[in-house]
Design a protein around this ligand. Sequence first.
Ligand SMILES: Nc1ncnc2c1ncn2[C@@H]1O[C@H](COP(=O)(O)OP(=O)(O)OP(=O)(O)O)[C@@H](O)[C@H]1O
Ligand SMILES: Cc1ncc(CO)c(N)n1
Length: 275
Amino acid sequence: MRVGVGAATPPRVLTIAGSDSGGGAGLQADLRTLFACGVHGMTAVTAVTVQNSLGVSGFTEIPAEVVAAQIEAVATDIGIGATKTGMLASAAIIEAVAGAVDRVDVGPFVVDPVAASMHGHQLLADDALEALRTLLFPRATLVTPNLDEVRLITGIEVRSRADQRKAAEALHAYGSEWVLVKGGHLWDDPECLDVLFDGSEFVEFLGPRYDVENTHGSGDTLASAICSRLVRGESVPEAVRFGKDFVVRSVAASYPLGGGVGPVSPLWRLPDAEG
Ligand SMILES: Nc1ncnc2c1ncn2[C@@H]1O[C@H](COP(=O)(O)OP(=O)(O)OP(=O)(O)O)[C@@H](O)[C@H]1O
Ligand SMILES: Cc1ncc(CO)c(N)n1
């Protein structure tokens, strides 16, 4: 008996990201989230990090032409409905990604400008910031920085919700269609506000701030959940609304791992999650 013949091909999303050996963030978090959202996830690996719950102790980059080749291989055969980027490591990899994005159809393009791990380990070379600004942002449907990335990219130190709006305006000037300034790192704010801006209108996404330790991978989970809706043709505000709700529930479902910071978990979305 042949099995699986009757199933339809699900929507397909590509993540261009680094591997986290601890499985908490990076492409592992992306694939987990995409799966939980009913999407077939594909990967263009940019770097292999040596990482656990205590932090990153090093990484090795994948050659830039191999990153581009992975993108083109899946685009020309499987087809890409939407794409997100995570850790890109270097200017050479960013240049290769920009080139590939121009050659093949990658669908709505979400750039999460990952610069450092939550423990402060640098995941992007200093000289790559300019490549992010000039090569990726103008090609992006949506850019999703946290507040540390906002400071590195724009020089703006966000201390309030009003500053989040100013930062969104400054970031939008680099040419993306939309910007989402995430407020998870605005520690004095009793809630977590994410501010979306398209150059004319602000849309605010307000959620709770849970008092939890284990928030590793929250940014990756949010951007992947957003892609899982963009690939189905939703607008950016609709997809962000879904993503915000999804990440809040995933923070609530986070679990301890190792001796450091555990991951947020999209498993709450699966039936029989407790096995
Ligand atoms: N303690 C929390 N409780 C609820 N929501 C949170 C919490 N921390 C972050 N979030 C939400 O998770 C998402 C990611 O936010 P954050 O600003 O922490 O991004 P990030 O720093 O890129 O994440 P990462 O931890 O993956 O590096 C946002 O929607 C944010 O509002
Ligand atoms: C590989 C990788 N990507 C992204 C992050 C940021 O969450 C991380 N810690 N590791």
